[in-house]
Design a binder for this molecule. Structure first.
Ligand code: C5P
Length: 320
C-alpha cells in the first residue's frame, strides 16, 4: 500500500509539472494553431467527484455527430453518406464499458479477460488485438479514429478488416471559432473523401464523424477545471472516448489511461516507439485530462495503480 501511494504521489507531481511547463510555454510562445479564444474560468479540479461529472454532463450531455443535414453539408456527398442509424441510440444503455488506451503499459498486463468481460469495448486508431489478446482482449464494439488514421495510406482505413463491421467515430478538429462551412473547406486532414468511400465499400459499418465544435466544448470543460492555462489543442481521443460513453454506460473503465506501475517510456503496446509524451502529453492537454480523470475515479489505489484501470460512473447513476 505504501509503495502504491508513493507511486501515486510521484505520478501526480509529474502530471502537475507537465501542466505547469505547458502553461509556461503558453506565456512565452503564444502558439495557438486553432485560434482558441477562451475567456472563461480557470478553477480547481478539486471539487467533489459527482459535481465534476455533473458539470461535464451539463456542458456536453452527449457527443454530437454530423448528420449530413447541416446547411454546410446539404447537397454534398456527405449528406447521402451518413448512416440513418446513430452511432449510439440516445436510449442505448450498457451496464459496463471498457476504454482501452493505446499505452505501452498494457504490455504484460494480463488485462485482456477483464476488458472482454465488459458489455462494450472501445479502442483507438489502428490499435490491434491480434497477437495481444492476453493484455488487451479481443472484443471491439467501437473504434475512435483520428483524421490521420482515415486519410493516410499507411493505416489502410479502406482496406483493413479492423475498420469493418463495428461502430466507428472519426474526429478531425476545426478552429475554436470555425463554422462547419469553414471546417468543411479546410479540415486538418481530409476526412470527408475517405469517409464517403468507406460508406460505399463497407455499407454495414456504422461510422460517424464527430461534430468538431464539440471537441472545443470538451476542451472548455478541461480548461475551466484546471487552475493553469492548458495547451490550446483538442483533447486526446482517450478523453473524447470518456465523454462519448458516459451518457450510455452505467460505469466506464479506462485501462492504462492513468498509468499504473507498469508505466513505461514506450508509447504504444503494439510498437517499439519510445516517447514519454504519449503518456504525459505534448500535443493534447493530456496531463490536465488525466488529473481530472483521477478526480472522477472510484477505484482504490490497488486497482488503479497495480491492476491498471480507473472507473467513472455513468451519467444515469448520478444525481445532479
Ligand atoms: O496514441 P494514440 O492517440 O493512438 O492513443 C489513443 C489514446 O490512448 C490517446 O488519445 C490517449 O488518450 C491514450 N494513450 C495514453 N498513453 C499512451 C498512449 C495513448 O494515455 N502512452
Amino acid at each position: 500500500a505504501k509503495r502504491l501511494s508513493a507511486f501515486k504521489n510521484r505520478l501526480i507531481i509529474r502530471l502537475r509539472s507537465v501542466l505547469h511547463d505547458e502553461s509556461n510555454v503558453f506565456k512565452s510562445k503564444q502558439d495557438n494553431p486553432y485560434n482558441v479564444q477562451y475567456h472563461g474560468l480557470q478553477r480547481s479540479s478539486n471539487i467533489p467527484r459527482d459535481q465534476l461529472l455533473c458539470r461535464l454532463r451539463e456542458i456536453l450531455p452527449s457527443v454530437p455527430t454530423i448528420t449530413g443535414k447541416e446547411p454546410a453539408f446539404v447537397d454534398s456527398p456527405l449528406e447521402a453518406a451518413v448512416p440513418s442509424r446513430p452511432l449510439l441510440d440516445p436510449q442505448e444503455r450498457f451496464s459496463s464499458c471498457a476504454i482501452v488506451s493505446n499505452a505501452g503499459a498494457l504490455n504484460s498486463s494480463g488485462l485482456g479477460r477483464i476488458i472482454d468481460s465488459h458489455e462494450l469495448v472501445l479502442r483507438f486508431n489502428h490499435a490491434p488485438t491480434k497477437g495481444f489478446e492476453d493484455d488487451v482482449g479481443k472484443k471491439t464494439t467501437i473504434r475512435i479514429l483520428n483524421s490521420q488514421v482515415v486519410s493516410r495510406a499507411q493505416f489502410q482505413f479502406l482496406k483493413s478488416d479492423m475498420y469493418s463491421g463495428i461502430k466507428i467515430l472519426v474526429w478531425d478538429p476545426c478552429n475554436y471559432t470555425s463554422t462547419l462551412e469553414q471546417w468543411r473547406d479546410k479540415p486538418d486532414f481530409d476526412v470527408f473523401t475517405p469517409y464517403v468511400k468507406h460508406r460505399e465499400l463497407r455499407p454495414d459499418t456504422n461510422i460517424h464523424l464527430v461534430n468538431p465544435k464539440s471537441l472545443w466544448t470538451l476542451w472548455d470543460f478541461i480548461q475551466s477545471h484546471t487552475p493553469v492555462r492548458i495547451r490550446r489543442n483538442p483533447p486526446s481521443s482517450g478523453f473524447l472516448g470518456l465523454a462519448l460513453l458516459l451518457p450510455h454506460c452505467d460505469k466506464v473503465r479506462l485501462f492504462e489511461y492513468i498509468p499504473s506501475v507498469r508505466l513505461t517510456p514506450h508509447c504504444h503496446y503494439f510498437d517499439s516507439g519510445v516517447d514519454t509524451s504519449c503518456t504525459f502529453g505534448v500535443w493534447h492537454p493530456l496531463a490536465a485530462e488525466k488529473l481530472l480523470t483521477l478526480n472522477l475515479n472510484h477505484e482504490d489505489d490497488y486497482t488503479t495503480f497495480q491492476t491498471g484501470y480507473v472507473t467513472v460512473s455513468g451519467y444515469s447513476t448520478i444525481n445532479c
